[in-house]
Design a protein around this ligand. Sequence first.
Ligand SMILES: [Fe+2]
Ligand SMILES: [Fe+2]
Length: 258
Amino acid sequence: MAVVLSEEIAELVAPVAGFLACRTPQAWLSKAAEAAQLSAILIDHANCEVKAAMTAHSMIRRYCLPKGKKQLIPNLDFYQCIDVEEGGLHEQDFLEKRALTAALNSISDITHNDDILAKMARLAREEIHHFEQVIELMKNRGIPYTPMPAGRYAKAMLTHVRTYEPEALIDKLIIGAFIEARSCERFAALAPLLDDELAKFYISLLRSEARHYSDYLELAQSYSKKPIDERVAFFAGVERDLILTPDTEFRFHSGVPA
Ligand SMILES: [Fe+2]
Ligand SMILES: [Fe+2]
């Protein structure tokens, strides 16, 4: 089946595509569209959503809460140890998510940094919601959520983060913008190649991923005294190389299948 991307979707994706230094290569898209790769794509996608939530969560802990108040936000480690043998999530797995939402709503009065808190709190909630949607979809298709190690993509970009503040924060925010932008671009490129249900799901994710990209980028600029263009160009090159060079592992953000 072929989902035709609407004009509205094309408009959403355009700034993201302009920000990235390259489009996803056809070789990656062809492999991702193979039925045999569906489990790998969905499992890694679920992992990416958890990691996106954890990144936002750790930014709140590190940059928004004063020392001694960090316990106000529960940790997300429970999502790493979901019982995959049982083949899914159980009611109790979601209790901590409710605790997280309550904590995020109640810490704004003591925060040191309102802007990053507001954006990262919303992002963490949305990414956890996306994670639950992927898991639900997998459950309905009988795909078990089995462990899968992360690919090279985020790790390779993070090795370039400067070691002093606020430059470290600025770099992490720029990397966040690239990860979100690439996710958005890949959802749009993949949707027409997948079945109806998946295509609709990926298109439904586009809007929030496009906003996450611009939130990260705006935050990065707001913490820098000078224009961040040079740093953005640097990471654009690093990201492009990861997308256009051969990659032995197949993941949602991997390079050209080797
Ligand atoms: Fe997401
Ligand atoms: Fe996102």
